[in-house]
Design a protein around this ligand. Structure first.
Ligand SMILES: Nc1nc2c(c(=O)[nH]1)N[C@H]1C(S)=C(S)[C@@H](COP(=O)(O)OP(=O)(O)OC[C@H]3O[C@@H](n4cnc5c(=O)[nH]c(N)nc54)[C@H](O)[C@@H]3O)O[C@H]1N2
Ligand SMILES: Nc1nc2c(c(=O)[nH]1)N[C@H]1C(S)=C(S)[C@@H](COP(=O)(O)OP(=O)(O)OC[C@H]3O[C@@H](n4cnc5c(=O)[nH]c(N)nc54)[C@H](O)[C@@H]3O)O[C@H]1N2
Ligand code: SF4
Ligand SMILES: [Mo]
Length: 758
């Protein structure tokens, strides 16, 4: 393909200190224009994957319209989804390949695409020849379609033969995944969201539903309209908490104690479904023994929640006849995140309310493809279909599908943060990143920056030059979601179809083409010559067949015809086992359901068909407060910004909504520190510091401050956070570390940049 010559990219403004980005507000896209066509597809941002229509004119996305028929959101959207169209013709869009160039004012100059691919292949070859296969690593992402994530795993394991691939879901869904696997044997929300309607009690732990899963708010409120009691456990009175019936202001890092305390009361009052526990679970007695010590008084002391409220929560939960429990990163981003998840599941299992209409459980998936992206082989220990890279039988099956010997597959590698540590130690020399911005999103990011500077060679694939890509030797122009097609699996476990609306502009390419171009330039294109994403999906169907995440019965047509298909959806079932309906397995764990692990022995995904109660011993956060660092810092999100902000910090109307990160603190703490609303304040941990304006609000525990993490450089919350990880899931402990907070002078470097340029 011919390459258009270009001047060097004008990145002067994009600097480490509070980057100047160009804002899409300046684009004057006229949303009133009559489009050439409407494309039914889904949002590129969060895991709810709202159905929407893109308005397309002259190969440009010019606006968004509701798609009322899509059943999950019925035309509703949040501010991010409505403004997403401002990315595609954004002035910052990468239209060419770039190389690092010290003589260019921006540090980068454009290069021909083919030359860039050749350079990448040569560096991969060199590094692997000199230092071994594992010396080249990959960091991938869960905003990619499932087809691309499948390709990334295959590229790493089959073409590069490196163990070292992992993904940004390591920062997101892995505690939920591990807890679900240990309790249920399978990792997916157990129920469709329609089961929330009609639940007597809705329990929400550590999820800022209204800001981070906005459409779910509607489900919760509809349940409330029908009389449901809503319980929210969070250190902050979030917007959903303002409308709940019972608020549990849990101290960060204490959720296992809270759930153990609730189970204690359920046992004491005999609010246990004995028949279900007996028939469908194992391990209850050991858990009962563990929670025996969690009296309401002790639970209150540890969690900071009043004894009265704990008793009320246990009573409502214990006596309900239908219920839905959901949680998100608030209980999962911990060094005991998996324990927290299992302790939540324990109160669900004890109630017996799962696998039936209006009786449900679900972890709220974060990224667009946070579900599908964690299933098909881009995790460091995984093969497609949820199979294990360390399991000889699984290796044999997938190797058979790929036409290679099992011995040719590498052994499991290490998690994303450990990849960074290996880079820091000089054990890994090369990195390819796609759809991941670790400089902003990983904890203790001063360490991450040091590591990136040590790389021999780094190539990043993105459509914007994110802050990590600024460390790259070569940047390749990838595709936006609307420039490609494929499937994603949204938070209910429903596989849906992303439809292409426009072509990638300039030299930009669909990400999968770029990966295959690299494989070809390496001379390692065997198995990586797909003509389009549909071919990848067809292979994935076979590669996932017969195991937990079985997609073999799903076709793109079936997805389009049924507003999505829920996995597992086998292409054939044993004699006597009914095929799943047209929408696949909508609800998991129905009493007489069949799955490939239990083979009819019971509804859960273990050989005996029974769910597991897991003993959840309470262990506090890795770094607790002390005299030197007396305040708890917790971090998270705001409604108008998304993740590392690469995308949403470029969309003017979203910036206007929340232009700068602030340190949220209670008036009591603020008074103690002599800080008024709007004053500058410095939060300092053992790892770094950050000076931001204070936002004094009554909606947070007085012992805790909150900083949203969507900003880079000196505004990044991850300068402060700790890289402690859960020993099982390896998720970082974003939700608790210790800081001290002091009043500060305005930091001159970024005072002037408070408001985006007009
Ligand atoms: N607007 C917006 N929406 C998003 C995203 C985004 O960046 N912006 N990202 C998407 C992604 S990838 C994800 S993972 C989800 C995240 O969605 P959520 O998990 O809902 O969001 P967070 O803000 O990370 O944290 C949720 C809540 O946990 C609380 N919390 C902190 N510590 C604790 C604790 O120890 N215990 C309890 N019980 N609660 C605690 C915080 O106060 C916060 O209200 O959102 C998705 N949706
Ligand atoms: N302190 C703190 N840190 C956190 C969290 C927290 O709560 N607190 N939350 C964590 C969580 S839950 C998450 S999910 C992570 C997210 O952290 P990241 O994954 O690093 O964040 P993203 O902004 O999604 O970065 C993805 C990059 O991929 C690009 N991208 C998006 N879609 C595509 C695509 O289709 N193709 C290509 N080529 N590129 C694409 C975007 O432009 C962006 O530059 O952050 C984590 N970090
Ligand atoms: S960000 Fe999430 S809630 Fe908002 S429109 Fe997109 S998918 Fe829907
Ligand atoms: Mo996430």
């Amino acid at each position: 393909m011919p390459t258009t010559p270009t001047p060097s990219l004008d990145l002067d403004a994009i600097r480490e200190f509070g980057p100047y980005l160009q804002y899409a507000r300046d684009m004057r896209v006229d949303t009133g224009v009559e489009p050439d066509r409407y494309v039914k597809t889904h949002c590129c941002f969060c895991g709810q994957q709202c159905g929407m229509q893109l308005k397309v004119k002259d190969d440009t996305v010019v606006g968004v319209e509701p798609w009322y028929d899509f059943p999950f959101n019925k035309g509703m959207m949040c501010p991010k989804g409505i403004k997403r169209y401002l990315q595609q013709s954004h002035p910052d869009r990468l239209l060419h390949a770039y190389k690092r160039d010290a003589s260019a004012p921006s540090g980068f100059s454009a290069m021909a695409y083919e030359e860039a691919i050749g350079r990448v292949a040569a560096e991969i070859d060199r590094i692997q020849a000199e230092h071994g296969k594992d010396a080249f690593s990959i960091l991938s992402g869960a905003s990619l379609t499932t087809e691309k994530t499948y390709l990334m795993g295959k590229f790493a394991h089959m073409a590069l033969k490196t163990s070292n691939i992992d993904y940004n879901g390591r920062l997101c869904m892995v505690s939920a995944a591990a807890g679900n696997k240990k309790s249920f044997g399978v990792d997916r929300a157990a129920n469709p969201w329609s089961d929330i309607l009609g639940a007597d009690v809705v329990w929400i732990s550590g999820a800022n539903v209204a800001e981070c899963a906005p459409i779910t708010t509607n489900y919760v409120w509809q349940a409330r309209e029908h009389g449901a009691k809503v319980i929210v456990a969070d250190p902050r009175i979030t917007p959903i908490a303002r409308t709940c019936d019972l608020f549990l202001p849990v101290k960060p890092g204490r959720d296992t104690a809270l759930f153990n305390g609730v189970l204690h009361l359920m046992i004491e009052n005999d609010w246990i479904d004995h028949e279900f526990v007996e028939q469908h679970t194992v391990g209850f007695d050991a858990v009962a023994e563990e929670v025996h010590a969690w009296t309401p008084q002790r639970t209150a002391e540890v969690t900071g929640v009043a004894e009265k409220s704990i008793r009320q929560a246990a009573e409502w939960w214990g006596q309900a006849s239908t219920s839905f429990l959901m949680h998100a990163r608030g209980i999962e981003h911990h060094s005991r995140g998996v324990q927290n998840v299992m302790s939540a599941i324990n109160i669900v299992l004890a109630s017996g309310r799962i696998g039936r209409e209006h009786c449900g459980y679900g972890t709220i998936t974060g990224q667009a493809n946070g579900q599908g992206g964690r299933e098909h082989g881009q995790k460091c220990d995984q093969l497609p279909g949820g199979r294990d890279l360390g399991n000889p039988e699984h290796r044999e099956y997938v190797a058979g599908v790929w036409g290679i010997e099992p011995d040719e597959l590498p052994q499991p590698g290490v998690d994303a943060y450990e990849i960074i540590r290996k880079i820091h130690r000089g054990e890994i020399k090369g990195l390819l990143s796609v759809c991941f911005n670790p400089v902003v999103s990983l904890p203790d990011n001063n360490y991450v920056r040091e590591a990136l500077e040590k790389l021999d060679f780094y190539v990043a694939i993105d459509f914007f030059l994110n802050e990590t890509a600024r460390y790259a030797d070569v940047v390749l122009p990838g595709s936006l979601q609307e420039e490609d097609e494929g499937t994603v699996t949204q938070l209910e476990g429903r596989v849906i179809k992303i439809n292409p609306a426009v072509q990638p502009p300039g030299d930009a390419r669909q990400d999968w083409r770029i990966i295959q171009d690299i494989a070809k330039a390496l001379g390692r294109e065997r198995g990586l010559t797909f003509a389009n994403p549909r071919e990848m999906f067809e292979e994935l169907r076979v590669a996932s067949k017969g195991y937990t995440n079985d997609y073999s019965g799903i076709t793109w047509e079936r997805v389009e015809d049924n507003y999505g298909v829920f996995w597992p959806c086998p292409s054939e079932t044993p004699e006597g086992v009914p095929e799943p309906g047209p929408q696949g397995t909508v609800r998991l764990f129905e009493p007489d359901s069949w799955n490939p692990i239990a083979q009819g022995a019971g509804p859960f995904y273990f050989p005996d068909g029974k769910a597991r109660f897991n003993v959840t011993e309470y262990v506090g956060p890795t770094e607790d407060v002390d005299d030197e660092y007396p305040v708890i810092l917790t971090t998270g999100r705001v409604v108008s910004q998304f993740l590392s902000g690469t995308q949403t910090r470029r969309i003017g109307p979203l910036i206007d909504h929340y232009p700068e990160p602030r340190i949220e603190m209670h008036p009591h703490l603020a008074a103690q520190l002599g800080i008024a609303d709007g004053d500058w304040a410095t939060a300092e941990s053992r790892r770094g510091n950050c000076t931001l304006r204070a936002q004094v609000v009554k909606t947070i525990r007085p012992d805790t401050v909150f900083i949203p993490y969507h900003w880079a450089g000196r505004k990044s919350a991850n300068q402060l956070t700790i890289s402690a990880q859960d020993p099982i899931s390896k998720i970082p402990e974003y939700k608790v570390c210790a800081v001290r907070v002091t009043r500060a002078e305005a930091p001159p470097e970024y005072e002037e940049k408070l408001q985006p340029q007009q």
